[in-house]
Design a protein around this ligand. Structure first.
Ligand code: TPP
Ligand code: MG
Length: 332
């Protein structure tokens, strides 16, 4: 029996060397150079809350200056993303392509400005660049583009696709024996898409305990309710009639239900995911109860701010409610 070294030598000289090379790369031990573990063990909930307010301000200010964009979705997912990027993810903004980094996919890609705000605050690009949002030549397009935006791991915008991409990444991690975790945020309207459920069915089969789906359960999508039952806004909650925890459990997922604006609950859920990783053999669904447009009185809890452009007066109200000037004074 020749040694494995001899086998590799013989095969490298053979016509199938490209395939062999691919196998060698795949089986090579993961390299850890450059990975910066940024996860913080100590909780600083007040700091995260302040970042959540600042991120919401960037969303409103940016959409106002670009005169287009989504507001409600970015603000309902803001705390979930702030907690990921500032407490949970093992990432290095200076090395956004590190193969061992944790992956994040904003499957509800229309909330891009929320993700860009968090990425900018986290140091992937200057906060000032947010002002280019949605311009033709900007790196910050209306929906995330993984080819041009540092820190974006998957292009999204056509709803329903992010969990499939995420499960592919999770399978790749297992095949390559890499330790990274893949997190996917989905909207509750989005999960009406059938493709989502194809992944919900198959992820447990592959034992993807390195995959977490976070459902931003804000009860609204593009349209919502009005007083009249006869107009086009008479839509019920997308998942209001579905027992989501039971459904995910039925398909073989672990399920954690939280208030998606309470940082203690969010961090507890992320810590529980960490504990199960590598041992549970199951993907996790975090069902996060959220409020669309949360954080500012006039955008909160209404489909009417799914997208829209705030006026100067509304911006002034938001600035006060988000305590933006108090932060500036404290820093002065
Ligand atoms: C396949 C597809 N269909 C329709 C749309 C248009 N669209 C953009 S956002 C949205 C509503 C999404 O609602 P939800 O997933 O609940 O997101 P959130 O409430 O967090 O904004 C729709 C229908 C789309 N982007 N992709
Ligand atoms: Mg929704």
């Amino acid at each position: 029996m020749p040694s494995s070294c001899h086998v590799v030598t013989i095969l490298l000289l053979s016509p199938c060397r490209h395939f062999v090379h691919a196998v060698i790369v795949l089986l090579a031990p993961p390299h850890n150079e450059g990975v910066v573990v940024t996860r913080k063990d100590a909780r600083d909930v007040e700091h995260l809350q302040a970042l959540g307010r600042e991120g919401r301000w960037h969303v409103l200010e940016t959409v106002a200056s670009s005169k287009a964009g989504h507001i409600g979705g970015p603000m309902s997912a803001m705390d979930l993303m702030v907690a990921l990027y500032f407490h949970q993810l093992r990432i290095d903004p200076a090395n956004p392509q590190d193969p061992d980094r944790d992956r994040f996919i904003l499957s509800k890609g229309h909330s891009a400005i929320g993700l860009y705000s968090v990425l900018a605050m986290r140091g992937y690009f200057p906060v000032e660049e947010l002002a280019t949002f949605d311009h033709g030549d900007s790196r910050l397009q209306g929906h995330p583009d993984m080819k041009i935006t540092p820190g974006v791991d998957s292009s999204t915008g056509s709803l329903g696709q992010g969990l499939s991409a995420g499960s592919g990444m999770a399978i790749a991690a297992k095949l390559q024996k890499r330790d990274f975790h893949t997190w996917v945020v989905l909207g509750d309207g989005e999960i009406e898409e059938g493709m989502v459920w194809e992944t919900v069915i198959c992820a447990p089969r592959y034992g993807l305990d390195n995959l977490t789906a976070i459902i931003d359960l804000n009860g609204l999508q593009q349209y919502g309710w009005t007083a009249s039952a006869s107009d086009r806004y008479d839509r019920s909650e997308p998942m209001g009639h579905v027992n989501l925890p039971a459904v995910f459990r039925g398909f073989g997922w672990d399920v954690i239900e939280i208030n998606g604006h309470d940082y203690d609950e969010i961090l507890d859920a992320y810590a529980a995911v960490d504990e199960r990783r590598g041992t549970s053999g199951k993907p996790t669904a975090i069902i996060a109860h959220t409020v669309k447009g949360n954080g500012v009185s006039f955008t909160k809890g209404t489909f009417k701010w799914h997208n829209g452009v705030p006026t100067d007066e509304q911006l002034a109200t938001a600035r006060t409610e988000l305590l933006i000037d108090e932060k500036a004074e404290a820093l002065a």
